[in-house]
Every structure is written in C-alpha cells, then in structure tokens.
Design a protein around this ligand. Structure first.
Ligand SMILES: Nc1ncnc2c1ncn2[C@@H]1O[C@H](COP(=O)(O)OP(=O)(O)OP(=O)(O)O)[C@@H](O)[C@H]1O
Length: 787
C-alpha cells in the first residue's frame, strides 16, 4: 500500500485489512475495535495501523481523530501533524475525556437529526444521498478500563452502541477483564499476536503529510450557491413581512432564515468566527441571496466593513461601471465616525418612517404596506467586524448606546442588523452595558475558541469549537443548545456572484443610483468636489473645508462673510503619505487651496483680491504645486499678488491703516499665508487687522505648522487670535488641541483626517477628510469643471 492511496470524496474505511495477511476488520462508521493490551510494541503498531488505514481509506478531512492515551503508550505520536488541520485532538486528562464524551453525545444527536431517520447509518445515508454530509470520528482510548470511573465507563458503553451508526467509532486498547465484557462485547476484537504489522512509523508520518496536502487542495465538496438559491428567477419575493435568505445545507435540507417577520419576531443577527473560517463567505452568501430574491425597491442595504479588505469594493462603482443596485451606502475600511454617521442617518430614516406610519394609523412597516398598498423597503445593515466600533474609548459608550437603541427600535420601521465579528468575548461593553445581544436572536457561529463559542451562543454552548471551516452553527433561539443546527454554509463563488450582480445592475441601473461609498483610507480631491463648488457661485462667501464623514458624502461648508471673526487658521503638520506622486502630500496646503478656490469661485462680481505669501520650504512648495492656487484664482478672473514675508507684513500694515476708509464698494482682500510662523515677529497690526478687518472685507487665511506660535508673543497675540473663528486642526497633540478649542475637545490628529471648528456657526467640531493639494492636472480639472 502507498501513502498516497487516498480515495474519492464519499469514501469511508468501513472495512480495513490488517497486517501482511490483510485480515478484514470492520472499522469507521461500522464497528468499534477492542485490542487486549499486553504492552508489547506489536500491539502499539497494530493500533497505529488501524488508525492510519482508517485515515487512508476515508476521504481526506472526513475522519477526525481523538486520542486519550492514559497509558502513555505514544500511540498518537506519528499522527501529531494532523492537529494543525484540526483533524486530531489530544485528550490529556480524564476530565478532558469526560468533556469530549459529552460533546460526542451532542454530535451523535446532531447527526441523527440530520439523517431524520431516513437511513440506519451515516455510511448508508451518505451513499444514498451522494453528499458528504457530516464527518466521521475515530476515538482511540489507550487506558486500563479499571482506572476510569464508573460513570465514564457507562457513558462509553452507550457511545459504543450508538456511535458507529452516527459515524463515531472507537478503538480501545485496554487490559482485558471479564468485568469489562459489557464494553468489549460492543466491539470487534483484534488480536495483535495473530497479525504481522504492515506499516512503519515513517509510513504514518508520510501518510499524514499527504493527507494534509489533500485537505488543503480539496474544496471540501462545497455546497454551491445554486444548490441553495433559485437562480432561475430573480426579484420574485415581497418584503412586507420580513426578508428571507439562504445560508446553506443542514443534511439534505436548505437552511433559510427570515428576519423581520412579525410572526417569528427575529429582527437582528449575529455572525461570528475565527479568522479564515468563512465569515466573509457567509456574508457574501447572505447579501447575494437577499439581492436575488428582492428587488432594490423591496430591499436596501447598508454595508460596512471595519477591516482592511476589498470585499465591498466589488459592490461599488469605484474603478468600474457597475454596482450593487440594492446598496445605498458602502463603508470600505469604515471608521467609528462613519459608523456613527450611518446609525444617525438610519435614525432619521426610522423617525421619518414612524411619522409616516402614524399618519396612516399603523405601527409598523407590515401594517403600513398592507393598509396602503405602498411599497416601503426593508433595510438590512451589515456591519463586519463591528466590535472595532467599540475600540475607541472616547466613543465606545456612545456607539453601544446607538447600537442598542437601533437594534431595539428600528425593527418597526423595517430596519434590521447583521453584526459580524471575529471576537466578541472580550467586549465588556457588549455584554454588560447593552441589550444588543438580547435584541439578536439569530446567531450564526463559525469555528472559534470555546470562549468565543460561548460568547456567541451562550454559556455551555461550545458547539462552534468543534466545527470545520465552512460550517456554522445556526441557532435561531438566542443560542439555546437544543436549537443548534450544524450547517454546511454555501460557497460564494466569486465568478458566479459577479454574474448575478451584473444582471441586477443591468436591470436596475436606470432607476437606482450607485451607492455612496466611504473609504476611510482614500484621499479626496477638490476636483471631485466640483459639484459641491458649483452652487456657491454668486452666493454669500463660504469655505469648502473637506468632505464630511456622512452617508451622503456632503462637503463641509463654513460661512465666510464680512463679519467679525471670519478668519481661518489651519494648524499642525500637514504631511500625509497619501497618493502624492513623489512622497508626502500636504493636507494643510490642500485645505487652504480649497478655502481660496471656494471664495474665488463664489465671487461672481470679481471684486476680490488675494494676497499670497508662501513661506513653506522650497521642496514642500514644489511638491505640493503651491503656485497652482494663483493660477486657478487668476483663471477665475481675480487678482493675485504674491509677496515675500516682508512685503506681506507691509501690506498688512497698509491695509490696517486704510481700514477706516474702506467702504462697501472696496474690493475684498484675502490675506493668504502658508507657514505663517516663519514670518518672524509679527507687528501688532496683524492681530488688529484680524480683529477689525473681517467686518470691513479683509480676512486672513493662514496655516501655522507650529500651533504654539499662533497666539504667542511673536504671533497674533491673544487679542488677534480670538478673532479666528474658523479653525482646522491636523496633526496636533491633545494639549495644543485643548489650548485652541477648549478642555472638552479630544483630538490627537489622525491620518487623512482633519477637525474643523467654527466657534460661531458650527455647534460641535466636525471630523472631515481633508483635500489633497492640487497638482497641475487638478487645477485644469477644477477649471474645466467650473468654467
Ligand atoms: N462554505 C464554504 N465552502 C467552501 N469554501 C469556503 C466556505 N467558506 C469559506 N470558504 C473558503 O475559505 C476561505 C476563507 O473564507 P473567508 O474569507 O470567508 O473567511 P473569514 O472567516 O471571513 O476570514 P477573514 O476573517 O480572514 O476574512 C476562502 O478561501 C473561502 O473561499
């Protein structure tokens, strides 16, 4: 026999041949084997031969081994490599054995439920159905039965009877004694002295390695998406009383789950699983199953992914034309701010819907649809790695409150959550302070640690620890053990799902717009905000200061009319390693440019002048194409004066002296200075102009790399600094932030983020994504987009 003699996907070593004489012996899924222990090497070798032949005769990955080697015979040693693929489990203590026996009882029960009495044994069930349902187990016990306690022996006797039919066989190596005949009688006896062992330890090690290779390359006889979802018809379902999706197979049955039905009252779901156990696959199956059944009119999706990943990218129209028409918002590499923005957005949807329902005298979506005949969609919100929303101490409590409230209230408005996570066991906030779990009866648990299994399903429900990749415990009853179903999740074949998405898009693109896409790590360009700039033409002056973190991608606008305090200061190092062609790009320069261009474009009358002083080092100016600002402003028909530090300060003095003579007819003047701390000691006129200038049409737009210079003795002075109502904070430490914005604002600076505060018009400082500085192409893009 060769180590590569593995067989087809339904094969099972129900009979093996032992020793050189090839004596046939019933084995996996058929019988148990008893060997009288005499502590000779031959006995050990025969025991190992039984195990390796059971492995080689069964489809790779379909036989799991458990060893309880109380006699310390080393029976498991040559098989040890199998533990990495979870195909081998070592039971060290009698307590381990007892726990394992308890889990075997549940397993056997589960297999019986799958077979539903249709066949006598798992072997025949698989043969008749042609499906690799469940898996086989071989439990090797090397122990003197005399040493095991009576309770264990009683349990063993039950399992020896019930096990083989459910695919669980035992190999017992124990000294014989008439006292144990009640066990031995349930086994086939093998006498090693009558056999000449055929396999060596090397053979076993090789066979295990070959087995591991085959388990890796085998697609585990996946349940196909087309096995569980009818692909012959689409958008046939109605979401009035909830939405139904398929997840996979339980034995021969397709497992479907309904969320939101008034009858079953299951409104939210929790999905867990360790890395690589199939969570992303399951989410893809759920999303595509829903989208195949319901039209975008019946179902809307909000999909948020908190980990780095590309899954959701395929559902957006970023870098390609098509998109998932059911999706309203996609959060790729979402962050806490976006998560909060989505929940707040949904809260507004909830309130709108509830007002609508109230006007019709009904209480929920189902009643509304039934009474009025009007279609209101169900909304399903999927949040992958949702626990990451709770990782920031400053916001964790707010997020838990929002999520608790959402999962509790939104059901009436037809809004349901699917929360997915690798790890929830350590989520203090989740278990103690929230009722998120109490609102989430649907639990789908992939393989995970015992602790995570219990956290998902409930104390004592460790079933998820025994799963294989692609399997999940589906429990629709808050994790109650009796409701566990071990489901083989369907496989989300990328090519098939892409074809389905294409057909949905073809059908819906004229009616349903592309989802709004938030990608927390992606830089934003002013040229992409031309649509937001356009309406500012001829209006009251406003600054465009980045993209807000919101579902509708709105830009942040700050009023900049001729009123006291309307000056802008940007603070902190602006360098960010984002998409710049030759290294760092500068967010501070990007923000100043956005401010200047929004003012220039807004000024339809052409009565403004920009005085620009660039004190950045030469390299920064060149890399960030600072001259581009002047080019765009001039192309928009406004005057630009570019001055060095001395001339700039002279111009400030001059403007201050002229203030009393300025009238409504005077041109506005915007004093733009980059790296203002480098202007050296500022004359008092700077602070005075900051105070008195804005009301008379003279405003500062400045960037301070060193925030501490701003209101120091050489800077604006405290008096002048008080008149900068609009502030943008980039990378600053907490102390500087508090100094600028007060003790209650927390901001340490984050990559690709800015904090914008408007002490007069804005209530709370807002986090935004700052714009990249304009390059030559960007300048042309803006001009051709606007003019
Ligand atoms: N039900 C399944 N049937 C067949 N193959 C599956 C199944 N589920 C997952 N797989 C395969 O297993 C691999 C890991 O799955 P998946 O990416 O879904 O895991 P995950 O738990 O989401 O991992 P991560 O958390 O690292 O993203 C994938 O290659 C996937 O194709």
């Amino acid at each position: 026999m060769s180590a590569s003699g593995f067989v087809d996907r339904l094969a099972v070593a129900s009979t093996i041949s032992l020793g050189r004489a090839r004596v046939p012996v019933d084995c996996v899924g058929t019988a148990n084997i008893w060997i009288d222990e005499d502590f000779t090497p031959r006995t050990l070798r025969i025991a190992q031969e039984i195990v390796v032949k059971a492995l080689c005769g069964t489809a790779p990955g379909d036989l799991e081994l458990a060893f309880f080697d109380y006699s310390l015979r080393g029976v498991a040693a040559p098989f040890s490599s199998l533990s990495e693929a979870h195909l081998l489990r070592t039971l060290l203590t009698e307590r381990d054995l007892t726990d394992y026996i308890a889990s075997l009882k549940r397993h056997i029960q589960g297999v019986r439920n799958v077979m539903q009495g249709r066949e006598e044994s798992l072997v025949s069930f698989r043969r008749v159905t042609g499906r690799a349902v469940e898996s086989y187990r071989l439990v090797v016990i090397c122990a003197d039965m005399y040493l095991l306690d009576d309770r264990t022996k009683e349990d063993l006797s039950i399992l020896l009877s019930a096990g083989p039919g459910a695919g669980v066989s035992f190999l017992i190596v124990s000294p014989s004694d008439a006292e144990f005949d009640f066990l031995k009688n349930r086994c086939v006896a093998v006498d090693p002295r009558a056999l000449d062992p055929e396999v060596s330890a090397e053979f076993i090690v090789d066979a295990c390695e070959e087995l591991l290779r085959r388990v890796d390359s085998r697609a585990a006889d996946p349940v196909l998406f087309s096995d569980v979802e009818d692909l012959g018809r689409m958008w046939y379902a109605d979401s009035t009383d909830g939405v139904t999706f398929s997840v996979g197979r339980f034995g021969l049955d397709t497992v479907r789950i309904t969320m939101g039905s008034n009858k079953e009252q299951r409104h939210n779901a929790l999905v867990t699983g360790a890395v690589g156990q199939g969570k992303s696959n399951l989410i893809a199956v759920i999303v595509h199953s829903l989208c195949q059944r319901y039209s975008p009119l019946e179902l809307e999706l909000y999909l948020l992914d908190f980990k780095e990943g590309v899954t959701l990218q395929a559902y957006s129209n970023v870098d390609h034309e098509e998109y998932l028409p059911h999706a309203r918002a996609l959060g790729l590499e979402a962050d806490v701010d976006f998560g909060i923005a989505v929940l707040n957005h949904l809260f507004a949807v909830y309130e709108r819907r509830m007002r609508l329902f109230k006007r019709s005298g009904v209480q929920n979506l189902k009643q509304y649809r039934e009474k009025t005949g009007e279609v209101v969609s169900r909304i399903v919100v999927v949040i992958d790695e949702f626990q990451m929303m709770l990782e920031e101490k400053g916001t964790a409590k707010e997020v838990v409150e929002l999520l608790s409230r959402s999962t509790r209230l939104f059901r009436a408005a037809g809004i349901h959550f699917i929360l997915a996570s690798q790890t929830i066991a350590s989520g203090v906030y989740l278990s103690k302070d929230s009722d998120i779990f109490a609102q989430t009866p649907i639990r789908l648990a992939h393989r995970n640690s015992v602790r995570e299994s219990e956290a998902t399903l409930g104390m004592g429900n460790t079933a998820a620890a025994d799963l294989r990749m692609g399997e999940a415990i589906v429990n629709l009853d808050y994790g109650a053990v009796a409701s566990n179903r071990k489901v083989q999740v369907a496989w989300a074949d990328d090519a098939l799902l892409a074809r389905l998405r294409r057909s949905w898009w073809d059908q819906a693109k004229s009616e349903f717009a592309a989802p709004s896409v938030f990608d927390g790590s992606r830089a934003v360009r002013l040229v992409d905000a031309v649509d937001a700039l356009r309406p500012l033409r001829g209006k009251r002056p406003q600054l465009l200061l980045g993209k807000t973190i919101s579902v509708d991608d709105a830009p942040l606008l700050v009023d900049f009319a001729d009123e006291p305090g309307r000056n802008l200061a940007v603070f902190g190092a602006g360098e960010d390693r984002l998409e710049a062609e030759d290294g760092l790009s500068n967010a501070a320069i990007g923000m100043v440019e956005a401010a200047v261009i929004s003012l220039a474009w807004g000024n339809e009358l052409g009565n403004a002048e920009f005085v620009v002083c660039d004190l950045c080092d030469h390299d920064t100016s060149r890399r960030n194409h600072v001259t581009g600002i002047s080019h765009v402003v001039e192309s928009l028909g406004l005057a630009v004066q570019t001055l060095d530090a001395g001339a700039f300060l002279d111009r400030v003095r001059e403007l201050y002296a002229e203030l009393p003579s300025r009238s409504e007819e005077s041109d506005r003047v915007y004093l733009v200075c980059l790296c203002m701390e480098k202007a050296g000691s500022l004359p008092p006129e700077v602070g005075r102009l900051a105070k008195d200038g804005p009301a008379r049409g003279v405003h500062f737009i400045t960037w301070w790399q060193k925030a501490s210079s701003f209101d120091g003795r050489d800077g604006m002075g405290l008096d002048g600094a008080r008149y900068f109502d609009a502030k943008v904070l980039l990378r600053l430490d907490e102390t500087e932030t508090r100094h600028l914005l007060g003790p209650f604002v927390s901001w340490g600076g984050r990559r690709n983020r800015a904090l914008v505060s408007d002490s007069v018009f804005g209530s709370e400082p807002a986090t935004v994504i700052p714009y990249l500085p304009l390059d030559a192409r960007g300048c042309e893009g803006i001009l051709s987009g606007l003019v």
